[in-house]
Design a protein around this ligand. Structure first.
Ligand SMILES: [Zn+2]
Length: 293
């Protein structure tokens, strides 16, 4: 998982973003009001009319799905086209936007209407690959992962279902929160793990929940990280041998290969940095971290 600066997304949004969102919100208000009024005119009780209105609201939000599609290029540029959760490159997904707070419903909270008031809020958008965002069974492990409508919260405070800025604290790690992205690490065997080893810690619980729901331990992904750790170890060894032999060209070649793997635009670069960080005692490796990549 990699930290994404909000500003990097905002600066890339379409110039007429506020107009796009304003029109979508008006569409939702109009449809909801019309449905409520029609139900009332037919003699529905206020409660029944409200149920009809909420249905119309969710339908109207779905009709404006093109809104978050228009924000997708901005989210992609902010992360070098990598999924914000797993850091695999995402250039061909047809629906790469995850609503961090689910817009239509919340899994396990049947009374929650979904965070519909955040449906067009770009700060609620996360660039996500299909594996991280959709419920899928890993063919190798049989385990089902994927965030979808899941949004477990930390208690207290209680979950709020009414419109307004919710005070709920997400259990899932958020790529837009720097501290969250530092709670997770990657082991040389390719598996993700909590940095905090205290079994009672909230941070550890959040990481485990995130690994589960973002499916960060999917077998193919784990294998890819493990291969990355092996490659990095090999290049460090080659660089060290060249260094000791006074072979400046050989050392530079190894260094270049390592830079290609840890620079921000590289797939899985957060894991690569952690793997390479184990070799910082070598000055030429430390030099890589001193650069702006
Ligand atoms: Zn992903």
């Amino acid at each position: 998982m990699r930290y994404i600066l909000c500003e990097d997304v905002e600066v890339e949004l379409p110039p007429d973003w506020d107009t796009i969102v304003g029109e979508a919100r008006q569409h939702v208000i109009d449809k909801t009001t019309a449905a409520r009024d029609a139900a009332a005119a037919e003699g529905a009780t206020p409660e029944a009319a409200e149920v009809v209105a909420m249905k119309a609201l969710h339908k109207a939000v779905a009709q404006k799905a093109s809104v978050w599609g228009k924000a997708a290029p901005a989210l992609m540029r902010a992360s070098d086209e990598k999924c914000w959760y797993c850091e695999k490159r995402q250039v061909r997904s047809d629906n790469p936007i995850d609503h961090f707070r689910p817009k239509g419903r919340v899994h396990g909270a049947p009374d929650h209407p979904g965070y519909w008031w955040r449906a067009f809020d770009w700060k609620n958008f996360r660039l996500s690959c299909t594996y991280c965002n959709s419920r899928r069974r890993d063919v190798e492990t049989g385990r089902v992962g994927g965030k979808q409508d899941f949004f477990p919260v930390l208690e207290p405070p209680p979950r709020q279902g009414a419109e307004g800025d919710p005070d709920d604290r997400p259990r899932l790690l958020d790529p837009l929160v720097d501290a969250d992205t530092k709670m997770i690490t990657y082991l040389a065997n390719g598996y993700p793990a909590p940095v905090d080893e205290n079994p009672a810690s909230e941070a550890r619980a959040r990481v485990l929940c995130s690994i589960d729901l973002y499916h960060l331990d999917q077998a193919a992904l784990v294998r890819e990280r493990k291969q990355l750790a092996i490659d990095i170890r090999s290049f460090v060894e080659a660089g060290q041998q060249a260094d000791q032999a006074g072979d400046a060209v050989g050392r530079q070649n190894a260094k270049t290969e390592l830079i290609k793997r840890v620079r921000r635009k590289a797939e899985l670069s957060s894991a690569a940095r952690i793997f390479l960080g184990a070799y910082k005692q070598f000055p030429w490796v430390q030099e890589i971290f001193d650069r702006d990549l």
